[in-house]
Design a protein around this ligand. Structure first.
Ligand code: GDP
Length: 250
């Protein structure tokens, strides 16, 4: 069960319970039926709130997560605990990847419960249609590393086929590619050629200020991996959404 910041704030208990059930059902069924490899998906939002930067794979359990998503975070951390247990007791190769904020075609574009980029893309679409302003939630100052879903898919396949550790691996663009929410919104505005006004609703939460992750482990394994440039990935995503508005999940 996944959702953006505002969905997490509302349903911490549900996020905890559903994900704990999913974790145990999936991993235990995989063990019982002799599955060779499981790649579970964690997220950089499960790391400790009070931390040093950049965050790396060794720091998952070092302190409480941000209050806004404690349910999701504690449940997801337990996957790492279970993976260790299945390896030590039964020799299973169950591992986990830790992507940063994902976006791309076929995302959940619902404004209320989706993540920031699909939310902004949908809002710009409506603002253009109605001739209104674009309202970005929060101050626009928090910083995020965004990863294009097609890049993440290529990395997932590599993890499935080649990555042999039980320890998790962060799948992220570099620290230098982190952008502010304002910069991300401006990128969507350019991609969709939106000429209206940009407003910031500071009554809405900013969530975690940043969760800058290190991709040095990934770089060690795949020094030549090329990420799609952010501007181009956002443009492709916006074009997909506009061309598929009727069928997009929203
Ligand atoms: P997070 O990265 O786990 O915090 O989750 P999100 O993808 O929901 O990003 C949340 C950040 O984007 C916060 O700083 C929000 O204030 C900001 N934000 C700005 N506009 C929006 C929006 O339309 N939807 C969402 N989900 N977040 C927004």
């Amino acid at each position: 069960m996944v959702g953006g910041l505002f969905q997490n704030i509302k349903y911490n208990l549900d996020f905890w319970r559903k994900n704990m059930h999913i974790n145990d059902n999936v991993l235990h069924s995989a063990y019982k039926s002799g599955v060779q490899k499981v790649v579970s998906c964690l997220s950089t939002c499960i790391f400790p709130d009070k931390t040093t930067y950049p965050i790396d794979e060794t720091m998952i359990h070092n302190g409480p997560p941000h209050n806004s998503n404690f349910g999701y975070s504690y449940a997801k951390r337990m996957i790492d605990v279970q993976n260790r247990g299945y390896f030590e007791q039964h020799g299973c190769r169950f591992t986990a990847v830790i992507p940063t904020n994902v976006f791309g075609p076929h995302d959940n574009y619902n404004i209320e419960d989706g993540h920031v980029l699909p939310g902004l893309i949908h809002k710009v679409y409506l603002a253009k249609e109605n001739g209104t302003a674009l309202t970005v939630w929060g101050t626009g100052k928090p910083r995020r590393q965004f990863i294009y879903s097609l890049d993440l898919a290529r990395l997932f396949l590599w993890v499935l086929r080649e990555y042999d550790e039980v320890e998790p691996i962060i799948l992220s663009v570099g620290e230098e590619d982190e952008v502010s929410i304002r910069e991300a919104a401006e990128c969507v505005v350019r991609a969709m050629d939106f000429k209206g006004e940009l407003l910031f609703d500071t009554t809405k939460s900013d969530g975690q200020f940043k969760k800058t992750a290190s991709n040095s482990k990934l770089k060690k394994y795949l020094p030549d991996f090329q990420f799609t440039p952010f501007e181009r990935a956002v443009k492709e995503t916006c074009d997909w959404f506009c061309a598929n508005y009727a069928i997009a999940r929203k």
